[in-house]
Design a protein around this ligand. Structure first.
Ligand SMILES: [Zn+2]
Ligand SMILES: [Zn+2]
Length: 143
């Protein structure tokens, strides 16, 4: 089975993922811009049984739209946010695609919060786009 490893900046926190992600989402929302320090977040979602985490984390929690509870796990040593959980995606982990640092990582399959997308960012052709969150798109059934 194909395995890929995500790790934080200092490598103390690692996440081993089996197989391909269920989906890969670009999120252009302002919270993700601030969280990542980048133009958008790129997150790969894996079912929990395909994820093995090692290393300590600190957690930042916030409430998203529609009351969604989000918890972001980051390395206490280097501060890199490697993975997160969302109450709307029970049984799944969102993993920062950048943490894999893999040019062959599967491309995005969804684009969220398009209304905040930086004008120069091009979304891969033909993928579902939402102006807000996952409404209208069921990522669990999307491949
Ligand atoms: Zn670290
Ligand atoms: Zn976002």
């Amino acid at each position: 089975m194909l395995q890929r490893k995500a790790q934080c900046h200092c490598a103390a926190l690692t996440v081993l993922c089996e197989g391909d992600p269920t989906f890969v989402a670009m999120c252009h929302c302002q919270a993700c811009q601030r969280r990542t320090g980048s133009a958008f977040n790129l997150g790969a979602w894996y079912a929990a049984q395909h994820v093995v985490i090692s290393g300590e984390t600190h957690i930042f929690q916030r409430t998203g739209e529609e009351g969604m509870q989000l918890s972001y796990h980051f390395c206490p040593a280097c501060g890199a946010n490697v993975y997160w959980l969302a109450s709307s995606m029970e049984g799944f982990y969102g993993i920062a695609v950048g943490a894999f640092a893999d040019p062959d990582f599967p491309p995005p399959t969804l684009s969220l919060y398009e209304e905040y997308r930086a004008k120069w960012v091009k979304v891969p052709e033909g993928i579902p786009c939402s102006m807000t969150t996952l409404s209208g798109i069921n990522p669990k059934h999307h491949k």
